[in-house]
Design a protein around this ligand. Structure first.
Ligand code: 5GP
Ligand code: MN
Length: 319
């Protein structure tokens, strides 16, 4: 797939009035932040903007514009649809219809992106969709404290505070530029990476109890049933940090965490280091993501679906 230029995308935005923006289902920090940064910039340009996202974690409420995000589009009466941080149409969830009916600009950094837009800009080397939004805005829309805060939040979320290998000198220089706008970076980091609710801590404890090590300690596998999640007073929004935690076990090269969204529907999250490309494995199961962080949804019970994915991970680790 060939990328369109930023100028082509800017021109299309400039000539549109009513613009819808959305990102992937189960929105993470980059999904929410890239949508907020883009929406604030579009408003600044005098556009009528609507952002549609599924329900997301309260952690992201501090991102400027987050309070204006809507749930589901009621119609497709838009001149333009901008999809951010989303690898394919299906992952837009309720906003899939927008991509089918409205002229679509697809801006993303997932290696598995299908190029579903009329205009596409996909950079799998970019740290985050938010970083690409910055590059699109640079020289075309004046930066301000709110846009800077949103974009910075997306970058630090997807790089885990500049830790992941997706962090580049460009990422750091963009973050440096954004800091000039006086963003509350200590608070943002605290909120995203250091604070957790008691329910999240209890679910982490339950997941750790369920963790087993395979492949001589190189693979960590855990799961939580819907009953375990509910018994601890949580929902699927409270389990996002678990897979990285178990991945951080000394000696572990890859981790898989499975949780039930509802009976018969299991979400799998995978994390790895350079030993395994977990995106390839997720794609085999109809999912996708990045080389070192990916996911998919599996249908059936744990006993049935877990071994299938775990076997692929074992093959990749041992192969
Ligand atoms: P997480 O494990 O945190 O849900 O997701 C890790 C990465 O994989 C994210 O970039 C996310 O967008 C992607 N991902 C997770 N689940 C799926 C899925 O079912 N399909 C696709 N295409 N990507 C996914
Ligand atoms: Mn992202």
């Amino acid at each position: 797939m060939k990328n369109n230029s930023f100028d082509e995308i800017r021109e299309k935005i400039d000539e549109s009035e009513k613009i819808a923006v959305a990102a992937h289902v189960n929105p993470d920090g980059d999904a929410v932040s890239s949508c907020c940064g883009m929406a604030l910039a579009l408003e600044k340009k005098g556009k009528k903007v609507s952002v549609f996202l599924e329900d997301f974690s309260d952690k992201f409420d501090m991102i400027p514009y987050a309070e204006k995000i809507l749930g589901k589009a009621e119609n497709d009466d838009f001149d333009l649809f901008i999809a951010l941080d989303c690898g394919d149409k299906e992952r837009l969830g309720e906003s899939k219809g927008l991509a089918e009916k409205v002229f679509t600009v697809n801006i993303d950094h997932h290696i598995s992106n299908t190029g579903f837009g009329e205009l596409n800009f996909v950079d799998a080397e970019a740290s985050s969709a938010s970083e690409i939004v910055y590059r699109l805005l640079d020289g075309w829309c004046e930066m301000d404290a709110e846009i800077a805060c949103a974009i910075y939040t997306g970058i630090i979320f997807d790089t885990a505070c500049f830790k992941h290998s997706s962090t580049t000198p460009l990422t750091m220089s963009i973050a440096g530029e954004l800091m000039k706008y006086g963003i509350p970076f200590t608070e943002i980091q605290e909120k995203l990476f250091y604070s957790h609710t008691f329910v999240e801590a209890r679910l982490l404890a339950a997941a750790i109890k369920n963790t087993s090590l395979e492949c001589g300690g190189r693979l960590a596998v855990s799961n939580l049933s819907i009953e375990e999640i509910e018994l601890n007073g949580g929902t699927s929004k409270d389990v996002d940090a678990i897979v990285s935690y178990i991945k951080n076990t000394t000696g572990v090269d890859a981790a898989a965490f499975f949780y039930e969204k509802r009976k018969g529907e299991i979400k799998a999250s995978m994390r790895s280091n350079e030993a395994v490309n977990v995106s390839e494995i997720a794609v085999k199961f109809g999912g996708g993501g990045h080389v070192r962080a990916s996911g998919c949804t599996l249908y059936g019970g744990f006993e049935e679906v877990m071994p299938k994915l775990v076997d692929e991970l074992k093959k990749a680790l041992e192969g």
